[in-house]
Design a protein around this ligand. Sequence first.
Ligand code: ADP
Ligand code: CP
Length: 321
Amino acid sequence: MTARKIVVALGGNAILANDASAAAQQRALRETAKYLVKFIQQGDSLIISHGNGPQVGNLLLQQAAGSTPENPAMPLDTAVAMTQGSIGYWLQNAMAAELTALGLEMDVATVVTQVVVDENDPAFGAPTKPIGPFYDHEAVTALKAAHPEFHFVEDAGRGYRRVVASPRPIDVVEAGAVNQLVNAGVIPIAAGGGGIPVVRREHELAGVEAVIDKDFASEKLAERVGADQLIILTAVDHVYVNFNTPAQRRLNTVSISELQQHIADGQFAPGSMLPKVEAAIEFVTHRPEGQAVITSLSNLGEFIENGSGTIVSVVNAESSV
Ligand SMILES: Nc1ncnc2c1ncn2[C@@H]1O[C@H](COP(=O)(O)OP(=O)(O)O)[C@@H](O)[C@H]1O
Ligand SMILES: NC(=O)OP(=O)(O)O
């Protein structure tokens, strides 16, 4: 059997739970790597992507607190690049350590990945992407006074979060390089933090102030490398309808049209489950022979062994409870 090419997108809980220290994030990624190597053990080719919402927000805060004219804060595209580098560094070492522990010899390499967006994307005028920590009312009032240019939203009763523009990805600049690496037997870590947002100007790329959604960026990467599967890992083992209500129903194998009906019914929260479902639909639309999967890291063993998880497919798609 030829190796399947799989793009796995890691959700926030795979990297950062409560403790934002480097040591805690490295520990979390070492645990995450224990799950990811299962794909290698069963002979698949793996490309890993990940989010950076909490990390890039924290970095901006550190910079705002310590910047001077001689030591200025970096723009958001560069901050995304910095978090792509730091998380990639932790993750490639976590993967390498886990592979070595299992006696598997494989190279893991992080690719600094730029993702092209449209300069005229309406998202630039309407920030929606939450980054960094949660604030209470008092803290957000003080921050707004100090930084009138910052935008905040109230997040489902959990407090306030800063939001930045999140345009849709159009292309992944390094997709060809990532594909060459994976075809050569390397495990690439790519499009981290949704990729560094850039626009095409004449013959060059220019960074822009945004954080791209990592589920959409992972989808675009999966499309461009011709992946067989896009697996989006998050905190829940399935997508549900009537989520968190007594009528909650789990979606196992589901068709694009059924998911579109659930979207129209408002079943998926914008900014959390909705982009994952939309990315899954987009992948299967562009790669009808492929599959998109939404499940949790902790359910990965069950997914690999028994197909447990929400599977979006144009083939044999039927919803089940
Ligand atoms: N219909 C739904 N089914 C399952 N989870 C949902 C649904 N609507 C909202 N969610 C929430 O979305 C979360 C995933 O979004 P989020 O935490 O933003 O993702 P990430 O893992 O990428 O950080 C789940 O943990 C769950 O709490
Ligand atoms: N860039 C991005 O989507 O990060 P999170 O998944 O951490 O929000």
